[in-house]
Design a protein around this ligand. Sequence first.
Ligand code: 13P
Length: 244
Amino acid sequence: MDKLVAGNWKMNGGLASNRLLLDAFTPVSGVDMLVCVPYPYLSQAQQRTPSIALGAQDVSEFPAGAYTGEVSAAMLRDFDCTFVIVGHSERRALFHEDNATVARKAAAALAAGVTPIVCVGETLAERDAGRVMDVIGAQLSAVLEVLGVAAMARIVLAYEPVWAIGAGRSASAEQVAGVHGAIRAWLATRGVDAGTLRILYGGSVKPQNAAELFAIQHVDGALVGGASLVADDFMAICRAAAHR
Ligand code: 13P
């Protein structure tokens, strides 16, 4: 299975700067490339980079109706989004999304034919307290409870240690290997047929550390923040993931 390299632009960009960035993204064979742009730019990205998959950074848990400010999964499909990030740590921390909300968002995405990229990960305090898999297990359990075993196999997971996001330094190879392996084991224990379920790593992925990260067992791609806003860096990360 090819690796998936997803750019998460977060709340960055503008029509003019996006144009330059999107035009510099060219498909790389042997890797699945994805850009997750802010909602207002979905149409621009859809038209400028039809050869690269398109995604959003959040989605409503509701299908339609009186939910001012929300964007439904069906609306994302209208713009050819095939993926949507849910439960990013910034949404959990800054916008108070709990595990159950994240799970319902993942279900709403799947119901509309959009693959959710469910983010999980611990804070530094939780790591220091030896609670990494307690925290991730609770995040995963909530999703499994809502989706069920069969649908769980159809999502993408992203392990993003909160302390490595925007930090300049990724988690170490040992830390990444440990958590990705533990997530696989967690899924297997619960009967999830995770053969094609990809587990991405996110947190300060850069051209300098991409090859090392992609060489780790059970790292099936990357969720890239800051480096996805620099065309050369994002392309270099995609090339490092190709045919791995
Ligand atoms: P950085 O790559 O900027 O650390 O961000 C990671 C992230 O949050 C991707 O979703």
